[in-house]
Design a protein around this ligand. Sequence first.
Ligand code: URA
Length: 196
Amino acid sequence: MIEKQFQRLSDEIRTCNRCGLHQHRSRAVFGTGNPYAELMVIGEGPGEEEDKQGLPFVGKSGQLLDKILAAGGFSRDENVFIANIVKCRPPENRDPTPDERTTCLPFLLLQIELIQPSIILLLGGTALKGLIDPEGKISQVRGKWLKWEQFHVMPTYHPSALLRNPDLKKDVWEDMKLVVQKYRELVDPQHHSPHI
Ligand code: URA
């Protein structure tokens, strides 16, 4: 059932021209993972590799994201859905503008409505600003549960920030521990995580 609605939404995104980002894209990036996941991960927007492949987080920061998720017992093939604030690559990997974020947001809101995850993990400032608070600062709210609509939202640093500054890894590790605890509390008390 969700699959059909996903297909319709994905077709719409693929042909979307609501903002200027469509002019430069090779492929729009809908998202990937289990549509019935209880954990949804939201990043910023496609980079070069994602734009080529039409899949989210397949470049360097994606490899790191997969490792972080795996440490918590999660994987995109099994129990996570991964999407972005904007579905098309901003040129030169610049941040999406507030207008671009707002124009693209209805697609993400529909994805969230269809998936109905228990927990949302927000990666970085753009995800925080785009979904929750345009004035939000990731360094101030990371590691704190936010209640948005009926969802438990954990903001943390974006993996590309960890690649630039490995000192941030310990904070993300602490945030992942909270996500695993909440997942056990809300979804599956037996959830297995290799390190938490
Ligand atoms: N960074 C993101 O925020 N999203 C992607 O899909 C890839 C890199």
